[in-house]
Design a protein around this ligand. Structure first.
Ligand SMILES: Cc1ncc(COP(=O)(O)O)c(C=O)c1O
Length: 376
């Protein structure tokens, strides 16, 4: 017996694999400082837990509509002026939304442009859909629109934009988003806007969405998530917002794949939305303080561009790589020697870098970076 060629050709999520290794070391009694995490360390809000428990007690334990609870979709649609419930699909995390998007838009060998560095799942999800990821270099982690234009071919189907970016923390300015939108419109391409970190932009910036650009709207597929904004990673609630015909296509896939997202978890998401802007702004302030602590220390060691969003630093680490050491080997060396976990840049398509999360306790952040500094 043999597994399919398709599945043999893809790699499992390396960040998930690294998390398993960390858990293993912890079980062996090692005190690991985990700066590899892709989720905020702060607790899930009590109001979310209470609403979820209440929903469970009220037997909200059955199938809900495939596209998600009406109330939840209505509330989410309020963020997208002119779009309504038919433009929203609740998914098991933004991850599932993205998976279904590639399935819905890619014919065999269709190309999707992906700026580098990129979140680890994009590439394999595109491969799984039979498409071809086309990595395009950025400049100082910012979009290089000319390079994106040069990468277009008759097979290009979509341009994927992830801002704030995981892993670099780059936030793309409106001007560049507009240029990408114009390029997509001129070449009749979809724009996939992964906005999983839209709640986290720093230094007083206001989040700029592709949705704010008129010319993008009829070709735009936005994905967002409750995971990072509300510390709800385990709830698995994300959503896609898109023109109605795209949502209908995604819904067809979801109807055969998972059906609805966990019903009582969706009530938790409704409670999260009720927390309001002040609550989110407090989280943002907390993370900005941690960004400053981390950046100040890490930039003394490495060449590092200050992140304007998300919750990662992505320094260039060539100066400490021994001989032909890869950043993957460096990450393993650091984990073994210092008990500090970080993620190698290779995972994100960019060698000679490390991703360091600052969404941890201040104590862990300071001690973790100190241990790395001492070891190097
Ligand atoms: C850039 C990016 N997009 C999407 C996701 C998916 O998030 P979730 O499936 O938890 O909503 C993640 C999670 O790490 C991410 O970093």
């Amino acid at each position: 017996m043999k597994l399919s060629n398709k599945i043999s050709a893809i790699a499992g999520s390396q960040t998930v694999a690294f998390t398993t290794l960390i858990q293993q070391l912890q079980q062996e009694g090692r005190q690991i400082i985990d700066l590899a995490v892709g989720e905020p360390q702060l607790d899930t809000p009590a109001a979310v837990i209470e609403a979820t428990q209440k929903a469970l007690s009220a037997q909200k334990t059955r199938y809900s509509p495939v596209n998600g609870l009406l109330e939840l979709r209505t509330r989410l649609a309020e963020q997208f002026d002119g779009w309504g419930m038919k433009n929203i699909l609740i998914t098991n995390g933004a991850k599932q939304a993205l998976y279904m998007i590639f399935q819905a838009i890619c014919n065999f060998a269709d190309e999707v442009i992906v700026p580098v560095p990129y979140w680890v799942s994009f590439v394999e999800q595109i491969n799984l859909a039979g498409g071809r990821p086309v990595p395009v270099a950025t400049q100082d982690h910012q979009l290089n629109v000319a390079a994106i234009e040069r990468a277009l071919t008759p097979r290009t189907k979509a341009i994927l934009i992830n801002t704030p970016n995981n892993p670099s923390g780059a936030v793309y300015p409106m001007e560049d988003l507009q240029k990408v939108a114009r390029l997509a419109a001129d070449n009749d391409l979809y724009i996939i806007a992964d906005e999983a970190y839209n709640a986290f932009v720093y230094d007083g910036a206001v989040y700029m969405s592709m949705f704010d650009i008129d010319v993008a709207r009829d070709r735009l597929i936005v994905t967002r998530s409750f995971s990072k904004s509300y510390s709800m990673t385990g709830f698995r609630i994300g959503y896609a917002a898109a023109p109605a015909e795209v949502i209908a296509a995604l819904s067809k896939i979801q109807s055969h794949l998972t059906g609805n997202v966990c019903t009582f978890a969706q009530y938790g998401a409704l409670a999260a939305l009720a927390l309001g802007a002040d609550w989110l702004s407090a989280r943002q302030t907390d993370l900005q303080q941690k960004r400053d602590i981390a950046y100040e220390r890490v930039s003394r060691m490495f060449d590092c561009i200050q992140p304007q969003g998300a919750f990662y630093l992505f320094p260039e680490v060539s100066s400490v790589l021994k001989n032909n050491e890869t950043s993957e080997a460096l990450a393993r060396r650091l984990l073994k020697e210092t008990g500090v976990a970080v993620v190698a840049g290779e995972v994100f398509g960019m060698a000679r870098h490390l991703r360091i999360s600052f969404a941890v306790s201040e104590e862990n952040l300071i001690n973790g970076i100190k241990r790395i500094a001492e070891a190097l």
